[in-house]
Design a protein around this ligand. Structure first.
Ligand code: C5P
Length: 419
């Protein structure tokens, strides 16, 4: 299955077009690449600029169609997507779709597509009930077009009735159901660590790192999307708790380890957290004062005694009882990425290493994308199998990793010989 999901969103004319802006945002948050076509009617309700800003991609409109044709073309626009969504779908565009009319960029792309299409109709209740619209819908249904809504409710014109576009979250759920496909991790459990740890020096200071938790949280969400029961053990991050996932918040490496051990048994463990290697040997119970800390020591710098933290990944990998069937670690390297990650695979005793290229050229630090190599331990203790993944959004890396996990331990996969 492809890593990054690509969606072509066609926004046709209707007051509900403003809700599509929210839909774009939610899709982007989930790592879906969204390309948009605004029909002439759609552009009366929302601007190409707002659409492009939210989608982080140029918005295609008829106004620019000549340039667009030379740059990308309607065929590529419709083919370079895994799914086409028409939201809102006006009575007019449904009629054109049902009859194979292609008189603008949107309808041409719809006629040229070989991809599944979901429509989210939105129109006045009388237009919705009109025999012509019913005929068009029946035709579209026969053609295999999928539909979300419309729902009954207050319409823009002050009337009440069926014709209101489904809420963006409902459209999103339909899109996710489509992308989710088979629940390849159903019935399995996964433990994911994410974020940094904070090791206290005194009640207000800590040793920490810049890990955002984005990658770990995305992996937890991706495993849950495939049906796994996920426990996410997270250090302090600004990331929201992923929906429907049991999230345990911890501060220190020791707390993270104990939360992980409490979560056992699990089928899979993914250690994506950037755990602090060290902690203060004796954190001060009171805030250290500058004067007191240096008193008697002249101008000498304050010395901090550090002790090593437990290695969670190595601990989980080394368990004899309740060892997860698959233990996955991360390795961030700036050079000789695969070579160093191979050493880490052996040193930690895990099964796979997701090696991150964090060299300045890779743009990983602080960015949304990751360049990854997946190292898979060879059962016969030879060199690991290495998959080089192209630079992708962290969410796309997460989806691809979840799919690899499903292939390795999912219900349809063979039991590993070593467990
Ligand atoms: O040794 P290093 O920190 O580079 O190893 C990275 C991998 O080990 C990551 O998967 C990280 O989550 C895990 N790790 C851990 N506990 C530690 C240190 C690292 O689980 N104390």
């Amino acid at each position: 299955m492809s890593d990054e999901k690509r969606l072509l969103l066609i926004i046709s004319g209707g007051i509900a077009a403003y809700k599509s802006l929210y839909l774009i945002r939610r899709l982007r948050e989930r790592g879906v690449r969204v390309r948009c076509i605004l029909t002439k009617g759609g552009a009366e309700f929302v601007t190409a600029l707002s659409v492009a800003t939210l989608a982080q991609e140029k918005a295609y409109t008829d106004l620019f169609s000549l340039t667009d044709e030379s740059e990308i073309g309607h065929i590529r626009l419709s083919r370079e997507a895994d799914l086409v969504v028409v939201a809102p779908a006006s009575a007019d565009i449904l009629a054109k779709m049902a009859n194979g009319i292609a008189d603008d960029l949107a309808t041409t792309a719809l006629l040229a597509t070989d991809k599944p299409v979901i429509i989210a109709p939105a129109m006045n209740t009388r237009m919705w009930q009109h025999p012509a619209t019913r005929r068009n819908l029946a035709r579209l249904e026969t053609d295999g077009v999928l539909r979300v809504g419309p729902v009954a409710g207050a319409l823009a014109e002050g009337e009440v009735g069926e014709g209101r576009m489904a809420e963006p979250d409902e459209i999103l759920a339909a899109i996710e159901r489509f992308f989710r496909g088979a629940q390849t991790l159903a019935g399995l459990t996964a433990l994911v660590t994410s974020g940094p740890t904070h090791e206290p020096i005194d009640p207000v200071r800590f040793i920490g790192n810049r890990s955002s938790g984005k990658q770990g949280h995305a992996i937890a969400a991706a495993c849950a999307r495939l049906g796994a029961g996920v426990t996410l053990v997270s250090g302090p991050t600004a990331e929201p708790d992923p929906e429907g996932i049991e999230t345990i918040h911890v501060e220190t490496a020791q707390e993270m380890l104990s939360a992980c051990l409490d979560a056992l048994p699990v089928d899979v463990a993914v250690c994506a957290a950037a755990v602090s290697d060290w902690r203060a040997a004796e954190p001060s119970p009171k805030k250290l004062k500058k004067a007191r800390a240096s008193r008697g020591a002249g101008n000498r710098p304050l010395a901090l005694d550090l002790v090593e933290n437990p290695d969670i990944l190595a601990t989980l990998s080394a368990r004899t009882a309740q060892r997860p069937r698959l233990v996955i670690g991360f390795a961030a390297e700036t050079e000789n990425v695969v070579e160093f990650a191979t050493e880490k695979l052996a040193a930690k005793g895990c099964d796979w290493i997701v090696a991150n290229d964090v060299s300045p050229e890779s743009g990983t630090f602080g960015g949304e994308t990751n360049t990854v190599h997946l190292l898979i331990k060879d059962g016969k203790a030879g060199a690991p199998l290495v998959e080089d993944w192209p630079p992708s959004a962290k969410s796309a890396v997460a989806s691809r990793l979840a799919e690899c996990i499903a292939r390795a331990v999912g219900p349809a996969s063979p039991e590993p010989a070593s467990s």
